[in-house]
Design a protein around this ligand. Sequence first.
Ligand code: TXD
Length: 309
Amino acid sequence: MKRPKISVIGAGNVGATCAHWAAVKELGDVVLVDVVEGMPQGKALDLAQAMPVAGWDVTVAGANDYDATAGSEVVIITAGLARKPGMSRDDLLIKNTQIVSSVTAEVARRSPAAKLIVVSNPLDAMVYVAQRTSGFTHRNVIGMAGVLDSARFRCFIAAELDVSVEDVTALVLGGHGDSMVPLVRYCSVGGVPLAQMMSAAKIDELVTRTRNGGAEIVALLKTGSAYYAPSLAAVEMAEAIVRDKKRIMPCAAFCQKEYGVGGYYVGVPAKLGADGIEQIIEVELDAAERAAFDASTEHVRQLVASIKL
Ligand code: TXD
């Protein structure tokens, strides 16, 4: 059987690390594209030379044009500017709209059946841009944020309780930004609701740290934003698609009637498989959760309204 092709657009911190994780998982042949001359080729060659060490049978290629991406099964879009200290994700809107729409047009022409996983910020707006530009069906264009935000919450919970990260499940909904909605009622540790394991004050503290999870890393790095966890989160989503795993993951998915969103991309739990977003799962929200979700969706609406394509 021919190996699937996974293309990664933008070979910066997130993109190159996506290529790394995809190769580690032997998910398929990887193509890395960037505008910077030589850089994707150099990183791809370095990564390709790690394959014999580990015995992973996939190829890794780098390019400045899009021909090598033709026939991709999944394309991960990470091209764009990253935040610097003091910048919000929304500050990237105008520049990244241009970048994401231009790279999506190149990709879509060569891989009309691909599933697109968008990573560039501001996420919920950029996934909208990618869908509009590609003209792909909504279920084939998906944004990555919730897997990362949930992983951050899980990481903090596991560290606080000194338990395995494997046993902590968490669900973070809404837009990717300060208005994200960690659903504490749906978090559990080995099946036990989080509220039975931790005080309300401590939960609040970890929720706040999760909301600021990206900014905490930006402030420490000073020259860029997080990339190890974001890239693995995107590759987990790619794996669910390539291997038709039908995983339930929080994805930025296009919601029409679902959650009463009315035609925007927001973070919701979804089934991810060979057909992209195969189902959106509507969880029951109490009044406070509903209000937080609606506020988050309203923020996404305002961002999208200011986009000029
Ligand atoms: O949760 C999430 N969704 C995110 C999003 C988590 C982490 C990072 N997030 C966003 O991803 C971040 O705010 C940025 O918008 C993107 C990429 O972040 P990264 O940290 O990888 O940024 P880099 O290292 O600056 O890499 C971006 C690369 C860089 O090499 C540029 O040369 C390239 O994008 N770039 C382009 N490639 C191809 N084509 C065009 N037009 C282009 N413009 C820039």
